[in-house]
Design a protein around this ligand. Structure first.
Ligand code: G3I
Length: 339
């Protein structure tokens, strides 16, 4: 008898859990995913078509370069906010969300830091002052910050940037604490590439960030840059789904922060590969409870970091003439779809 009651209870709990699961999935489908874009200052100022596309076709802007430390903090006692201010003010007037990029990145360290940061104490003082001035300046205007960018290598070891060398790995949690002190309401994100699937680098990243979270370090989300290559045979939406679930399980939000799909050898006009990759990633973001935004890294192909190097690169949603590719409509339909 007791055995039968136990079985009935177990089945009952199973059915209730399944119904709750379905209800949750239902809510997910109706979740909004913002389509964002990174903005470069030069065309923002001088190219009206660029500005129209960026304002009308996207819901969130990331400042691509002008908030990086070597731009915004070029000398010890000098902050150069004016260019980023212009972009942020315009975005706010046009009801766009703003993503700040990026407070701490080993590849954007001005020369004066290399002279003045000589040991752990001096490096901490400089970094804290930098983060709190920049975040404080944009308090209430920047909705989410890429606080630390690219801190791990593909083999899972720490990137040997100046902050790591002088402060050690502690520079990561300290940066998040300092950012939170300067703006309690901004979303704080750790941002990296090749972390959209489970691999050595992303395992190390997640393990470390989960540990920080347990210690109450204010890390709200993980940014998946999502710089993809159409020729990559390992591309797998299933693996992205697994990683998104994995990250969600640990209580982090997810942002796709810098998406592009490099088409080195495959002209996009002759294939749907690029379009399929964008839409599959869009579908995974839409399905995931944790994923709130998908930002592409540039308005059109002529302003991509990839075409800075290769004039045949066509990685974005708008072409060199500023014309919309078919993929734009496919992607926006997925992100905006509701039941
Ligand atoms: O602003 C100067 C301009 O005054 C000068 O005339 C011109 C001459 O080359 O250079 C301009 O600066 C360039 C800047 O982009 C703005 O266009 C830099 O040389 C160039 O190195 C810089 O490249 C940026 C790169 O990060 C390095 O900061 C790319 O545009 C930007 O797309 C790229 O973005 C990174 C993310 O921040 C982090 N994740 C990877 C991603 C791609 O590398």
């Amino acid at each position: 008898m007791i055995k039968r009651i136990f079985i009935a209870m177990t089945v009952g709990i199973g059915i209730i859990s399944f119904i709750l699961y379905l209800t949750e999935k239902e809510e997910t489908i109706n979740k909004e995913v913002d389509l964002g874009v990174s903005i470069k200052y030069e065309p923002f100022k001088s190219n009206e078509d660029y500005l129209n596309i960026a304002t009308e076709k996207f819901e969130s802007w990331t400042i691509e370069n002008e908030m990086k430390m070597s731009f915004i903090h070029p000398r010890e006692n000098e902050f150069n906010f004016s260019k980023a201010d212009e972009i942020v003010d315009y975005a706010k007037k046009n009801n766009l969300n703003v993503r700040g990029h990026t407070l701490v990145w080993g590849s954007s360290v001005p020369d004066w830091v290399k002279e003045k940061a000589v040991d752990s104490d001096s490096a901490k003082k400089i970094l804290k002052n930098h983060i709190q001035n920049v975040v404080g300046h944009y308090k209430g205007k920047v909705d989410s910050w890429d606080v630390v960018n690219e801190a791990w290598e593909d083999d899972g070891s720490y990137t040997e940037n100046i902050w790591y060398k002088l402060i050690g790995p502690e520079y990561i949690p300290l940066s998040f604490k300092w950012a939170r002190e300067a703006d309690p309401n901004a979303k704080l994100v750790y941002n990296d590439f090749n972390n959209q699937i489970i691999n050595k680098k992303s395992k190390q990243m997640l393990k470390t960030l989960v540990g920080y979270k347990k210690d109450n370090i204010p890390i709200d989300g993980i940014g998946m840059q999502m710089h993809l290559n159409a020729e990559d045979p390992t591309f797998s939406p299933k693996n992205i789904e697994k990683q998104m679930n994995n990250i969600e399980k640990h209580g982090f939000q997810i942002e796709i922060t810098e998406m592009d799909v490099n088409m080195k050898k495959i002209p996009d006009k002759e294939s749907n590969i690029q379009s399929d990759i964008y839409t599959k990633v869009g579908e995974e973001c839409k399905k995931s409870n944790a994923c709130g935004g998908l930002t592409v890294w540039g308005v059109d192909d002529s302003y991509s970091w990839l075409s800075e190097k290769d004039k045949n690169a066509t990685p974005l949603l708008f072409n060199y003439e500023g014309e919309k590719k078919d993929v734009y409509e496919r992607l926006i339909n997925i992100l905006e779809e509701t039941d």
